[in-house]
Design a protein around this ligand. Sequence first.
Ligand SMILES: [Zn+2]
Ligand SMILES: [Zn+2]
Length: 269
Amino acid sequence: MNKITILGSGDTLGTPVVGDHIQQIKTKRTRFGLLLEINGKKILIDTNPDLREQCLRLGLDLKTIDNIFVTHTHPDHVNGMGEFFYRKEAPIPTYHLEHPLINSHTDSFRYLEREKVLNFLAFENYQPIKLENGMVVTPIELNHGFPCSGFVIEFDNTKIGIVSDTNLKLKEKSLDLLNNCDILFADAFSEDLEQVSSLYDRCGITTPNLENEWFHMTISEAIDLQRKTNSKKLYTVHMSSFMSSHDKLVDKYQTDNVVVGYDLCEIQI
Ligand SMILES: [Zn+2]
Ligand SMILES: [Zn+2]
């Protein structure tokens, strides 16, 4: 049985945010990651800083991971890479975007390559990668204000779209490739931009010009992306601490075709 697990559904800071964690916050979200178990192979999307806790909760042994794909090198997506420690028969292929910024960030983890634990392989957006389990992974350019890729994954007449960190202003080429996904995982950072301003206020940081310098989507924009790409089912991910509680988000947004994502949510395919 093929399966996808949302390892973490949270944003950069997680929910609750450290410092606010003394409040009674019902919803908990660890940082973003997905585990794909397809045709007998395990593929990990991102190595987030909560990977250790996610593995312990799920009973996942990292020695069983066959491939890793990195969306980008912001800390919430790669800082758990050090959890990989055991050398396997062959190092785990670890795919990342070929870009000077990404290359320099992955340098911190080169020791894992020297120890033959991981094998870093650079990809270019829009160049499909074929895996031995019959999966074809096509990286697509996102709009995150930093080099960042989404993935379109195809196998056995099934299409999965992964768009973790981006705003809605995507290139036509990316939108075309995302067309007709059976399942779309999309960035739903906030319910509206006021929540983003409140985050910046709380941190004492000047709010950027949210019209032009904001590189995530609201939950409504994630639903717009689902409509635009004619994708059958949407799972929202990369959600922030200042959104409503999970139950309230479900009441407000969940339908037969839209699922508010949560940690360790399992999707049978
Ligand atoms: Zn992120
Ligand atoms: Zn990011």
